[in-house]
Design a protein around this ligand. Structure first.
Ligand SMILES: Nc1ncnc2c1ncn2[C@@H]1O[C@H](COP(=O)(O)OP(=O)(O)OP(=O)(O)O)[C@@H](O)[C@H]1O
Length: 914
């Protein structure tokens, strides 16, 4: 005989203790690996015909068999009045938990990865065969209980044998992947789950209540169009995470993508901060230790008190003060004034380092990105991306200070309870924690749709309320106040109803969590009382249990909020990552030199450019502007005039051809030197929400007050500013809203004058000022533009005429160039535009329409000539026109009498040419 019966019993005992634990550990680890490496996607091909339902049934049978054996054991204990063998009970309870967990995991995954399961089946088959055969051979069964156990064990062995055979029989590597697979469809609902048919509040402005005609496609499109911006951003971030996850193939590589943040999160160059971070790690471990020490000391204190009361001999009475003092000390050290404070004190500089490093880096990066990036982002997107830094540090803190300590606490609790109160208590605690975490995760994911609905509807109510208040004027004009009231009332009702649903589901989750914790506590109390009453354990030990158990609830309840917190932080981190990975398209070349400006000769050589590859904006544009001359760009709206200016300033790089200044390609000089020499007045200038003085000084921070005043006088705004109550200290409001369009433009021109640039780009710089003011500004321009190469995009005849050269831009091409007189005589497009302007009767509304924003004006040329000048110009034009097409006769030969009318007017003409 190889084994003695004692050795055999010891071996069986070891199997009883080790088997379920090992099985569970393997299963959990393997499952984690499959989830993290996204194997579900890849292995599904070969597993698509495996009958998950049948396998689930068999595994459920296995779980029931352990439970049945446990029940039989309990009956046996009750009948025989003997205490149950501990190893056997542990084996049965732990196995039930282990296979129960597998059943739950299988129920949850529609397309599981099977190897975590079938390895446990093989192991189960082996161990169960050993447990069935060897003990029964050495000690043949005698009692009915033993026979029942053999039957149950045999059934279980059969299940274990069928499970892998079934799986491998159904598995087929040759089958093709089914593309119609439901799981390949988008995880995110296409449609926002707004309540169909919910009253008027869901309608957009101008919508009708008639839903019969609406095609489902249309409604989907409109739903997508009206998707709340916040939810849309969430969805985009989720999509990005999903996409990157699929590209990377697993969570580990995905997480490695965030390595870019490492130098910002970890103080790589600061040893003191690193040391502090390491000490924080020790503090966390100490906190975990205190979580055990404090309740244990409480138990000792109670025991010393009970000992003191029970001990009759005064000389042998225990000292009750020492345990109390130790307890008080432990409470102090473990509390907010002890380790909590120390942890915060140590961590704060590290935290500030990361916030500082991430925020400044993301802001600097954003500022370094080019126009193409900034054109496509809203300001809220940008601000959010910068503040993503906060989320990344939050994410790190959540993981390091909450998630990891929580798992350490749970592991310590399991070991602590097992050693102090026996395996049942450890298993009870583990099953309570696992059930709690599982149920919470499930219920939260089920509630996610309700939450999304609730947020959508809540924000819809807010938007409707806001829009109706903003649009009060329009609503009053159209007598729609009752309609708006009704619309808002419906939105509030809808909000309340969805809030009720959402809150009830939150309550249900809270109730389920509290039920699980209460049941766990009940079990712990029962076991504790049992030990005190039947095993003569001390009251102190029972107290320790009570306190420790209560303490365990807080990491568990924290878990509920952790998931959402982490997923939000992850989304922000994803946005920040995207930002960091975006590279500027316009940068200095490695050999870039500073621009050396001579006289400022600007040359466009076959320049082509497109904002969008599909639609060319400039096509082979070539021209040369001699040094110190002024060139006016005219032409139809959207023709590409402003784009030409943006290319000179290198807001974008040309797609082909080149732009040079004094023979130096703008791409070969440093951006800094280029932009330092160019002064721009854009179409719609932006002012900072600061004083006028600070806005003006933005061009040259060292400018004196006198220089600022001179610049403002040159643009005829000085007196106006002085008439404001706070003069130059008046705040201009957000983006300069407190100034009129004309005032804003004049401040912007003064700002450009103050910069004293060598090359000047004026993009409709005076479009929003009246004719008289424009005349005054022109005087200012004389000083600004004298001997400087100047580009002017303008619509006013007077401005264009003063230019040395005129370039006519149509549909991204230069159709004509030359001086005013040359172009008039050539009889081309410029002549056409010009003659139409001169002959047309002024529109009485021209003045009014022009005085608003430059964007609202839709004229190619604006006639602002004085009557005398106009008569002179008219004479010039008439010379170039054949007699039969002269004004007084239109093209069809009819007399229209415009000639007589046009010479006498002084007002401007607003007209769009076909
Ligand atoms: N940032 C941008 N992204 C994409 N397309 C743009 C961008 N800016 C301008 N465009 C497009 O490029 C074309 C030329 O625009 P540009 O502003 O140069 O015209 P413009 O001649 O200055 O017109 P206007 O006289 O109305 O200011 C237009 O069709 C416009 O829609």
């Amino acid at each position: 005989m190889l084994l003695t019966s004692r050795q055999l019993v010891a071996a069986i005992k070891a199997i009883h203790y080790a088997y379920p634990g090992l099985l569970l550990c393997y299963f959990v680890l393997a499952l984690m690996v499959t989830v993290c490496t996204l194997q579900t996607q890849r292995l599904r091909v070969q597993d698509q015909h495996v009958r998950r339902d049948v396998i689930l049934g068999l595994m459920f049978g296995v779980t029931l068999s352990y439970l049945a054996e446990l029940i039989v054991l309990l009956i046996q204990v009750i009948v025989s009045n003997e205490s149950p063998p501990e190893d056997c009970t542990v084996y049965l309870i732990a196995s039930t938990i282990c296979f129960g967990a597998q059943c739950l995991a299988l129920t949850d995954s529609k397309f599981p990865v099977w190897y975590p399961y079938y390895v446990t089946w093989f192991l189960g088959l082996l161990v169960e065969l050993i447990l069935l055969v060897i003990p029964n051979v050495f000690a043949p069964p005698e009692t009915p209980f033993a026979f029942t156990n053999i039957v149950i064990q045999s059934i279980r062995v059969c299940f274990f044998a069928i499970l892998p055979s079934l799986y491998f029989a159904l598995r087929n590597d040759k089958k093709e992947y089914d593309n119609g697979d439901a799981e390949r469809q988008s995880l995110l609902q296409k449609k926002l789950s707004g309540k169909p048919g919910s009253e008027d509040s869901t309608k957009s402005y101008g919508g009708t209540t008639d839903t019969n005609n609406q095609e489902s496609d249309n409604s989907e499109a409109s739903d997508a169009g009206s998707e709340d911006s916040w939810l849309a951003r969430q969805r985009e971030a989720e999509d990005k995470i999903k996409k990157r996850l699929e590209q990377d193939g697993n969570w580990f590589t995905y997480a490695r993508g965030f390595a870019i943040f490492f130098p910002y999160l970890w103080p790589v160059h600061d040893r003191t901060l690193q040391f502090r971070a390491v000490l924080v790690g020790f503090c966390l471990l100490a906190s975990n230790a205190f979580n055990v020490l404090v309740p244990t000391q409480m138990g000792r204190m109670i025991d010393s008190l009970t000992g003191y009361l029970l001990e009759e001999d005064p000389t042998r009475k225990p000292n009750v003060w020492i345990p109390v003092a130790v307890y008080a000390l432990l409470r102090f050290v473990s509390g907010g004034a002890g380790i909590g404070w120390l942890k915060k004190w140590l961590w704060l500089p590290v935290e500030q380092y990361s916030y500082d490093a991430l925020s400044t880096a993301s802001h600097a990066h954003l500022m370094s990105l080019s126009s193409d990036f900034h054109d496509n982002k809203t300001s809220s997107d940008l601000t959010q991306a910068v503040h993503g830094g906060r989320s990344v540090t939050d994410l790190l803190e959540t993981v390091c200070f909450q998630v990891l300590p929580m798992f350490i606490d749970l592991a310590v609790a399991f070991a602590f309870l097992w050693t102090l109160y026996g395996p049942y208590m450890g298993l009870l605690m583990a099953s309570t924690a696992v059930t709690y975490l599982y149920v919470t995760t499930k219920l939260y994911s089920r509630r996610a749709a309700k939450r999304r609905d609730y947020i959508t509807i809540y924000r819809k109510e807010w938007t409707i309320g806001q829009q109706s208040l903003d649009g009060w004027n329009t609503a009053s004009l159209f007598n729609m106040i009752p309609y708006e009231r009704h619309r808002y009332a419906c939105a509030v009702k809808e909000h309340m109803s969805s809030k009720k649903d959402y809150e009830m589901s939150s309550q249900a989750i809270g109730a389920a969590q509290s039920l699980i914790l209460s049941i766990g506590l009940l079990g712990a109390l029962w076991l504790g009382v049992f030990q005190v009453v039947y095993r003569a354990e001390s009251i102190g030990k029972f107290t320790t249990l009570l306190i420790y158990w209560a303490q365990l609830q807080s990491p568990l309840t924290f878990f509920a909020s952790m998931y959402r917190q982490i997923s939000y932080s992850l989304m922000d981190a994803e946005r920040l990552l995207e930002l960091f990975q975006t590279k500027p398209t316009v940068t200095d070349t490695p050999n870039a030199k500073a621009l050396i400006l001579g006289k400022g000769l600007v040359k466009f050589d076959r320049v082509s450019f497109a904002y969008d590859e599909r639609k060319p904006t400039l096509k082979c544009v070539s021209f040369e502007v001699p040094s110190g001359k002024t060139v006016a760009l005219v032409g139809e709206t959207g023709g590409g005039k402003s784009t030409i200016l943006k290319l000179i300033d290198r807001f974008y790089d040309v797609k082909s051809g080149s732009i040079s200044i004094d023979g130096q390609d703008v791409r070969d000089v440093t951006l800094d030197s280029l932009r330092g020499k160019i002064g721009v007045v854009p179409q719609d200038p932006m002012l900072f929400n600061d004083s006028i003085m600070n806005n003006l000084r933005y061009a040259r921070l060292t400018a004196t007050d006198k220089e600022v005043y001179e610049a403002c006088k040159a643009t005829a705004i000085h007196d106006k500013i002085m008439s404001f109550p706070d003069g130059y200290n008046s705040k201009v409001g957000d983006r300069g809203v407190k100034l009129s369009g004309g005032e804003k433009q004049r401040v912007a021109i003064a700002r450009a004058i103050l910069k004293q640039p060598e090359i000047i780009l004026l993009d409709e710089a005076t479009s929003a000022v009246d004719t008289e003011t424009e005349q005054l500004i022109q005087e200012g321009f004389k000083t600004l533009c004298k001997d400087r190469t100047t580009f002017i995009v303008a619509h006013r005849l007077s401005t264009i005429m003063k230019a040395d050269h005129i370039i006519v831009v149509m549909n991204g091409e230069i159709v004509e160039k030359g001086t005013h007189d040359e172009l008039l005589h050539s009889g081309g497009k410029y002549h056409d535009l010009w003659s139409k302007q001169i002959f047309v009767k002024p529109s009485p509304t021209a003045d009014r329409s022009r005085s608003s924003s430059p964007k609202k004006r839709d004229a190619t040329l604006v006639n602002d000539l004085t009557p005398q000048r106009q008569t002179k110009e008219l004479a010039k034009v008439l010379k170039t026109i054949p007699h039969d097409q002269q004004p007084g006769e239109d093209n069809t030969g009819k007399k229209d009498g415009k000639k007589a009318e046009c010479s006498g007017h002084k007002r401007e003409v607003s007209l769009t040419f076909e």
